[in-house]
Every structure is written in C-alpha cells, then in structure tokens.
Design a protein around this ligand. Structure first.
Ligand code: ATP
Length: 302
C-alpha cells in the first residue's frame, strides 16, 4: 500500500514506530504489503474494548502453506497482566504478536479481545486498542509536537504535554530552541536513540490503548538511558495488558508471567522464581542470558 494515500489517522493507528535498518525495514514492508489482503469483514463492528482481555485460542499460523510457525497455540492473558515472551530466535515470538493487530490472520483457531473475535472488529477499532513499541522508532520530518501528536491527532494541548511529561520528554523540550515546535529529524535537531524511544512512548500515552505490545531492544542504549526508558515503559504498562518480547532480565523478572516459546510451542509458563525452581528450559535460558548480559556489561541494568 502507499501510505501517503491512507488517511493519516489510519496510519497513526497502525504505526507508532518504524523499524529501520535493512532487515527491519524489509519486515515492515512485508507487513504493509500484506495489508490489502486483510480487510474488514462484512458486518465488522466498531468495538471499544474497555478491559483488554486477550486470548489466543488454538492458533495455527505459518507464512507458507504446510510450514506452520505456530501450531494449535492457546494462551489467555487477563486484562492488565504483563506477559514476557522468551525463547530461541525463530521460535515465533514476533509472529505471534503480529497476529494481534492483524498484520496477518490466523490459519486456524481465533484471537479474541474481551471475548470478541478480532476478525469481527473493524481494523481501525482493533488497532486503536493496541499500542506498539518496536526497537527502532519512526519519526517524520516535522516538529516534535507533530511527532507526538501522531499518537492521537485530536489530542488537546494539555493532553499532549501530559503525555510528553510522562514519557520524560520535558527536559528535552526545555533544552530545545523552540520547545515542542522545534523541527526534528533530517533537517532539524537530531534526536538520540533514547529520545526517539521517548517520543514513541509519548505517542502511546496519548493514544492510551488498553493493550500494549513491546518488542524490547536487543542492542543496548547506554545503561542510564536504558534504565530511564525501562522506567517509562513500566509506567506505560501499568493498567494495560502488556505482551513483551523480552530480552532484559529486569523486564522478565518483573513480568506477571513468563511464557517460553520454542519451535514446539509453549513449553513453560509461570513466574520467574517458579520457572527457575522448575529447572527446565527457562532456567537454562536464564543462565545463558545472565552470562551474556554480564559479558556485555549490562548486569547493572537488572
Ligand atoms: P527473534 O527472537 O529472532 O525475533 P522470533 O521468535 O520472534 O525470533 P519470528 O521472527 O516470529 O521468531 O520467526 C518465526 C519463523 O517465521 C522463523 O522461521 C522466521 O524465519 C519466519 N518468518 C518470520 N517473519 C517472516 C515473514 N515475514 N515471511 C516469512 N517467514 C517469516
């Protein structure tokens, strides 16, 4: 699809962030390219889901016929819970989470939000309920204000400022020559990786969806920035159903539930301590990651 011919709200509802780099960009292109296949079903309803209970029921999905990535997967996430997905690369974590905003449709089974099959909702109303933070953030050439307002175009000035404050953008705004009206991006003030993440977070505070999808950064920002971002994300996740592809021990440890996804499906589920005691795949993953993070000098980020 050509994004420039889409109404802006529709795009805004779809994208908080935009992965950059060839791989990320390609993946995003693929997601956009698949979009026209997925259209509102006849009779699809505009739905508001006040709670945000999410359920994957016997979900099977693959990118090519006969090669399922997910098979008969069932997972219920009560409203407000934070679930951290961990598991080997290629197990299907990203795939699973991309089914919720309907970047793809399930082959079999169903996904529901507050008990309603997401295919019975209009795409616009489904995506209004979901905020997505990915590793790399898409900022367009324009002012900081415009970039934040992208989260919800009809937001008032106080709402916008509140979102910026909660994303801890206030210091940046004070430091910029024209505050919120400073032009950022290619032709303006360049923001750091951490500052861009904050813009993405501000967008979601503004949008205020009941469901949050986080794809945690694998590559580290410096420890202090990382901690600040983690704190904002933790605040953002409060009171929202949060599904996070977790790479950070701190995130994993604080999750209400950890789900270990492997090519064989969900092999373990539970809280950090319980899974450590169980001594299965999670424990082995944890030990490997703890070592890795120490090696990378990230142990302090815990
Ligand atoms: P990682 O932690 O490395 O991101 P993951 O658990 O998120 O891995 P996915 O990215 O969901 O795993 O990939 C699951 C499988 O689906 C892999 O075999 C991958 O090659 C394949 N896959 C992912 N995206 C696509 C796509 N757009 N088209 C075709 N195959 C894909």
């Amino acid at each position: 699809i050509n994004v420039f011919y889409q109404p802006l709200e529709k795009i805004a509802a779809l994208i908080e962030t935009y992965p950059k780099g060839i791989a990320g960009f390609r993946r995003y292109q693929e997601l956009l390219a698949t979009e026209p296949d997925i259209v509102d079903a006849p009779g699809a309803r505009e739905v508001d889901v006040p709670r945000g209970d999410v359920a994957f029921e016997n979900v099977t999905f693959g990118y090519s016929p006969g090669r399922p990535v997910l098979t008969d997967l069932t997972l219920r996430v009560p409203a407000g819970e934070t679930v951290a997905f961990v598991g080997p690369s290629g197990a299907g974590k990203t795939t699973l989470l991309s089914l919720l905003p309907r970047f793809y449709d399930v082959e079999a089974g169903r996904i529901t939000v507050d008990g309603i099959d997401i295919r019975d909702m209009t795409m616009a109303s489904l995506r209004r309920q979901i905020g997505i933070v990915q590793q790399d953030v898409f900022l367009f050439a324009g002012t900081l204000r415009e970039n934040i307002a992208y989260g919800r175009l009809d937001a008032s000035e106080p709402e916008l400022r509140d979102a910026a404050r909660r994303a801890r953008l206030d210091t940046l705004i004070e430091d910029l020559p024209e505050g919120l009206d400073t032009v950022i991006g290619e032709r303006g003030v360049k923001l750091s990786g951490g500052q861009k993440q904050r813009v993405a977070i501000a967008r979601i505070f503004l949008k205020n969806p009941p469901i949050l999808i986080l794809d945690e950064a694998t590559s580290a920002l410096d420890t202090e920035t990382e901690r600040a971002i983690q704190a904002s994300l933790l605040e953002l996740s409060q009171g929202r159903t949060t599904l996070v592809i977790a790479h950070r021990l701190a995130t994993i440890r604080n999750a209400d539930r950890i789900v270990v996804l492997t090519p064989d499906g969900i092999t373990e589920e539970g809280r950090h301590e319980d899974l450590l005691t169980a001594g299965g795949a999670y424990r082995r993953l944890h030990e490997a990651q703890a070592l890795h993070q120490k090696g990378a000098g990230l142990a302090a980020a815990e």
